[in-house]
Design a protein around this ligand. Structure first.
Ligand code: NDP
Length: 336
């Protein structure tokens, strides 16, 4: 559903009053506890005015961090174009208040230089991203996924290079496990461009970072930003009564497939929803508070398809703490 948009948008004066800002590791940069990603719903196939309305509301609620990648769309690149157009129209006077990130690592163009982790690919891709968004620099440039073939020194060297060029303020990695993170951090430290943050998938349904990464990140002094904290909508009330029209699982372009909306997942979500209600929250809000409970957490990186979802999710920060009994009740449901 397209949302009404204010063509003469001016950010709310009280935009910094409710959102907590959390330091990313031992860096100087703080990120909002809730950040907004543009993976879905900002592509060339999506209504621009809806994306515009969501960005306005997000910024009004203190969400200062917007996350992109070269390939977000569809088609690939179009989310950066949409974002650039909205940025020029509505946020031109506020660039210094925004943390904008992009990434390279997945397929972006044909041929040997259009994916993975070579210096050739990363630097070409960032130049293209900057052009699409109409920016001189991004705040964070990520290597999007580990490359088993390219020497890590080359990939991290490319991140160091773009930071020195001023095309990115900070370097980040994404989808790196604990050992890969340790190695990347060591190389970047040696180069003099410390790693700011690792962006990984984490939610009540996807818990691999608990094995080692949460503690490793804390030890190394880098931040962690968690993508798909709502398991693409499974950890909300979206699928409690079937797969609604217009939902991510209902769309051919969505990365959540119908067969991931299993009876087992939905049953767990129903029971988690009961705990959330007892806490006076929605399930989405509890799922966001849950990923933020570890001291290594910097931000929960959400996606949204409506202004209402932006508002609901930003309000998760009103109750972030859990009692030991609540955490145990959640564990019991997840373990079944
Ligand atoms: P989420 O787990 O937050 O899922 C977002 C989806 O959940 C929305 O599109 C919406 O689905 C549904 N939703 C959100 N809020 C609510 C609510 N309050 N009530 C009901 N449904 C809700 O995150 P994403 O999977 O979208 O990932 C977030 C961001 O993380 C991406 O935009 C991207 O920036 C980043 N990312 C990074 C990756 C990486 O490799 N580094 C990989 C994937 C994502 P619906 O459309 O059905 O309304």
């Amino acid at each position: 559903m397209t949302q009404p948009v204010d063509p003469n948008y001016l950010p709310a004066d009280n935009r910094y009053e409710s959102m907590p800002y959390i330091r990313s590791g031992r860096s100087g940069l703080k990120l909002p506890a809730i950040s907004l990603g543009l993976w879905h719903n900002f592509g060339g196939i999506d209504p621009l005015e809806n994306g515009r309305a969501m960005l306005h509301r997000a910024f009004d609620l203190g969400i200062t961090h917007f996350d992109l990648a070269n390939n977000y769309g569809p088609p690939p690149g179009s989310a950066e174009e949409t974002f650039g157009a909205i940025l020029r129209k509505d946020f031109a006077a506020h660039r210094h208040e925004l943390v904008i990130s992009t990434k390279a690592g997945y397929w972006m163009w044909n041929g040997p230089y259009g994916e993975w982790g070579s210096r050739k690919y990363l630097i070409s891709s960032l130049d293209q991203s900057l052009r699409r968004m109409g920016l001189d620099y991004v705040d964070i440039f990520y290597h999007h996924r580990p490359d088993p073939e390219t020497p890590l020194e080359e990939t991290m060297g490319a991140l160091d290079h773009v930071v020195r060029q001023g095309k990115a303020l900070y370097a980040g990695i994404s989808n790196y496990d604990a050992e890969q993170t340790r190695e990347a951090v060591r190389i970047l430290n040696d180069l003099g461009t410390p790693c700011l943050i690792n962006q990984v998938k984490y939610s009540m349904f996807v818990r691999w970072p608990e094995e080692a990464l949460l503690d490793t990140a804390q030890e190394l002094g880098i931040g962690l930003i968690f993508f798909s904290p709502l398991a693409q909508g499974l950890l909300t009330d979206r699928y409690l009564d079937g797969i609604p029209e217009g939902s991510r699982a209902s769309k051919p372009s969505g990365f959540l497939k119908k067969d991931q909306v299993t009876e087992e997942n939905v049953n767990k979500a129903r029971r988690l929803n009961d705990i959330a209600r007892e806490r006076g929250q929605s399930l989405a809000q509890m799922a966001l508070a849950w990923v933020l409970r570890h001291p290594a957490s910097t931000s929960a990186l959400i996606g949204t398809s409506s202004v209402q979802q932006v508002e609901e999710n930003a309000a998760a920060v009103e109750k972030l703490d859990f009692s030991a009994d609540e955490l145990q009740a959640i564990e019991d449901i997840l373990a079944e």
